[in-house]
Ligand binder design. Sequence first.
Ligand SMILES: [Zn+2]
Length: 329
Amino acid sequence: MTDAEPESLEELHDPSSEGLEGYNYAYLDEHTKREVRRATLKAISIPGHQVPYASRAMPLARGWGTGGIQASLSLLGPDDVFKVIDQGSDASVNAANIRRLAETTADIETTTDTTAASVIQTRHRIPEEVLTDDQILVLQVPVTDALRRVDGSDDRNRTRHAHADYSKMWVALYESVVQWGEVDIGARYPVMVEGRYLMDPSPIPRWDVPKLHDADNLFVFAAGREARIYAIPPHTDVEPLAFEDRSFRVEHFDEEACDACGSTDTFLTEVEGEDGERRFACNDTSFCEKRQRNSDCAKDDHLERSDIAWGPGTGIDPNGFVGDGGEDI
Ligand SMILES: [Zn+2]
């Protein structure tokens, strides 16, 4: 602690001032990055399969996105533009700190604009705006195995994955239908990837689950604590588990609209204002800001095509998913 104190906060936060002297490019050593990339390539080759990797200690506690950071820092190069969101927000402390770590160690540009980013790290959400084949979405994963809902033994669950034996999960879903009249799962809705592996999509709301299907972009799921990486490559079949007479449904927002931008086709969260009144607001804050500037801004405005299926309320519905998100714009 003999170093001089920074004179101002700007100096402390300015990525161009000093960088992290003595650290390797993108913080991790080359061997670790190679290890993570190798696991990621294997994960892409076997969609939905959990690939173990040597998860390193990171400068924050496990459970705060250490897997996502390792995946992002291994993928980032000097030409990348990096965006980090936490529950849909670019401004949360955790997102800001991860962004700054990448800025200072990998010397990259960062952004809050989903359409401008080449790598996006996220916790608990998939952005509302349609991602392209130039983009990678890195999801932070707290629990890797969907089967852990029905059996706590990873040993037995690995055998089930090897045999594609998901009967115990189907029985649990059936029991849920008997008890509640529908499948009673909110976030972490189990999905079948390419008809082979049952996968936990991390705690994204059901609203985001249809976005995993036949997407243009690559999804990388990384768990630091459990040291597992799995992936969904572009244009992969991803189907939420459901019964013929109990179809998968996304969250329903009745007639609600975002209080700030008026959106009816985005994932809304209920927030309490200073006056104590409860309002609905877009969870994806950067898209909400775009909508506030231009209420006609569609989720695929940045693309030339307009017939892309991307979650609820974007138009086409290739799998017959039920989207209650409102009208097309
Ligand atoms: Zn909004």
